[in-house]
Design a protein around this ligand. Structure first.
Ligand SMILES: [Zn+2]
Length: 180
């Protein structure tokens, strides 16, 4: 049933708008030139292309539960910055994040092994903080720090050739707040 829903949705997309076809053709022929990297949560309420009114080929997106960053995610950002020349990375957490909630309520021990590692990463980032929104912000800042474990990303940031911006998306209002 869910698969049929996806296939039907793809047919709608194919029939939707001729502009998609021309953008697909152009980006296939000329390659992608996304203007930003978005590192965010896999939560279904946080789709970057919707939130930023962006289209095909515009955003280079990495999503994990709780927008955590490890080697694979950092490597993906290095690719976007180093090979595609993207100069803006937004690390965007969100309100009511289930992964942050799990870390706040110490559910790591109940989780399957890989998920437990992920929740522990968030738990370490938020420490003794109990306020959910503040915890989300601390988790975003931790992901920024994890990106900066990359020599490439650190050097470009220090040379002001790359901006790495922390942000929080409010899933109720739809507003993105850039964190100072
Ligand atoms: Zn989340």
């Amino acid at each position: 049933m869910s698969l049929q829903k996806l296939i039907a949705g793809n047919l709608d997309y194919l029939e939707a708008d001729a502009i998609y076809a021309s953008v697909r053709e152009g980006t296939t022929k000329n390659g992608q030139k996304p203007y930003a990297v978005i590192v965010t949560c896999s939560d279904s309420r946080v789709p970057p292309e919707h939130i930023f009114s962006a289209g095909l080929g515009e955003l280079f997106v990495i999503r994990t539960a709780g927008n955590v960053v490890g080697d694979f995610e950092r490597g993906t950002v290095e690719y976007a910055v180093g090979h595609l020349g993207v100069k803006l990375v937004v690390v965007m957490g969100h309100t009511h994040c289930g992964a942050v909630g799990a870390a706040l309520h110490a559910h790591a021990e109940d989780a399957p092994e890989s998920l437990a590692v992920l929740v522990e990463e968030i738990a370490d980032a938020i420490g003794s903080e109990r306020d959910e929104l503040t915890a989300c912000k601390l988790n975003v800042r931790n992901s920024v720090d994890r990106l900066l474990e990359s020599t490439l990303l650190t050097e470009l940031s220090e040379a002001r050739e790359l901006m790495i911006v922390p942000a929080i998306y409010d899933i109720s209002s739809g507003k993105v707040e850039v964190l100072a």
